[in-house]
Design a protein around this ligand. Structure first.
Ligand code: SR1
Ligand code: MG
Length: 401
């Protein structure tokens, strides 16, 4: 790592040319730093004359959103480039293509998703994506089921568990999702109106904290499948035709429910955001109906496709026993509802929050949305055994709005 230096908009263009010789000398290059996540530098480099572009993503040796006091292993980029290649093959290209990973610079050069937007941004602009639920459920079923013990031989799978061990980034999730939001910790932050509300509803609710402890232990010890590990709407690029998943740096062998639950939670928070932000009733109604449909489909298509693919790919003898696939899926779905709740809580009171809730301009509506989000989240966690279908999610949302 001695050759590592932090790239900037000036140095990155030469860097890409040296590595890939991708742009022609007659080009007119425009470069922007576009990273708005918590961890990395991300550059968009485009040749305006020849219409060619790439993305460069460089891991920083610290958490970008927190500054240099929170160090982080920069080799995470290597793991990310490996998993992107695996996911590309498993899903027929539902992730960007990686052109090059550079070990010295902890940096990846990859396909630019030019005509796509980050889904969170698109949803906040009140845009719907007709193919999203179909494609994201393909992504989840293929990446999760096809990397599990159901399909992969036991020795090979244990090797993969070892290869994708990711203790530093798992620790972030263990702390930021499953621990800190349910107690008093320095990294939590919340608006004044939430302080007593969070204490009463989260920290003082021992029954809730016990359920969260169970989910945390599932996250830490259930090496079920190769997860994306951070599948929120900021990790997804979309347009009217296509969906592409990015940023799998939190990858590890963990419970399938973690990916599905993170996704559902972020759609629900956009629903609450839409109710509070979008004043035009027609636009609001259209977006909310689409979100309901997307939430229902994400759960139900996931379940349907999971059970349909299982008999085609199952290798493990005992996993062929009639009834086992349904039992296994039910366990994933129950924990999905639990993860949904944990993700909703942490995005409201924890270190890493979401624009969907924080950017509601009206104070009264923002307070209502955040409190509703917390109460709904508690319901998901405590009642997860009863929440296994798309309709169950819609019923819970309707109960709280
Ligand atoms: C310190 S990292 C905070 C959050 O950003 C990432 O996107 C993950 O969601 C993580 O929990
Ligand atoms: Mg990310």
């Amino acid at each position: 790592m001695n050759n590592y230096y932090e790239l900037n908009v000036k140095t990155v263009v030469k860097y890409v040319q040296d590595k890939l010789n991708y742009f022609s000398p007659d080009g007119q290059i425009v470069c922007r730093e576009i990273g708005d996540g918590n961890l990395n530098l991300v550059f968009h480099i485009r040749d305006e004359i020849n219409n060619k572009s790439v993305i460069v993503k460089q891991a920083l040796p610290y958490v970008r959103a927190a500054g240099k006091d929170w160090p982080l292993d920069i080799s995470r980029g290597e793991t990310e480039s490996k998993i992107l290649k695996i996911e590309y093959d498993l899903t027929d290209g539902l992730v960007p293509k990686v052109y090059l990973y550079d070990n010295d610079m902890c940096c990846m050069i990859m396909e630019d998703l030019e005509n796509y937007v980050i889904m969170r941004t698109g949803l906040l602009d009140v845009i719907q994506y007709p193919n999203f639920a179909e494609q994201i459920t393909d992504f989840m079923v293929k990446t999760l089921l096809l990397t599990s013990d159901v399909v992969v031989g036991h020795k090979e799978k244990k090797g993969l568990v070892k290869e994708f061990i990711n203790p530093e980034l798992c620790e972030i999730t263990e702390e930021l999702v499953y621990t800190e939001p349910f107690g008093t910790y320095d990294r939590n932050h919340m608006e004044d109106f939430l302080v007593d509300f969070a204490k009463e509803n989260l920290e003082n609710d021992n029954e809730l904290r016990c359920e969260v402890a169970k989910l945390k232990f599932d996250f830490m010890s259930n090496s079920q499948a190769l997860l994306h590990g951070d599948l929120h709407t900021g990790s997804i690029f979309v347009n009217q035709e296509q969906t592409k998943v990015i940023d799998p740096e939190f990858v590890f062998y963990g419970p399938m429910a973690y990916d599905v639950g993170a996704l559902i939670a972020n759609l629900i928070m956009n629903y609450l955001s839409t109710l509070a932000r979008v004043e035009d009733e027609v636009k609001q109604e259209k977006h909310c109906s689409w979100l309901f449909e997307a939430i229902e489909k994400c759960v139900d298509l996931f379940a349907e496709k999971f059970l349909a693919l299982w008999p085609e790919v199952v290798q493990e003898e005992m996993a062929k026993v009639p009834g086992f696939a349904e039992w296994y899926l039910n366990d994933v779905l129950v924990n999905t509802a639990g993860v949904t709740g944990c993700e909703m809580v942490r995005r409201t009171v924890g270190f890493a929050q979401v624009k969907d809730l924080n950017d509601i301009p009206n104070d009264v509506k923002r307070e209502k949305a955040k409190k509703t989000n917390l109460l709904m989240a508690k319901y998901f966690i405590k009642n997860r055994k009863k929440i296994t279908t798309g309709k169950d999610y819609i019923a819970v949302i309707n109960k709280y709005i």
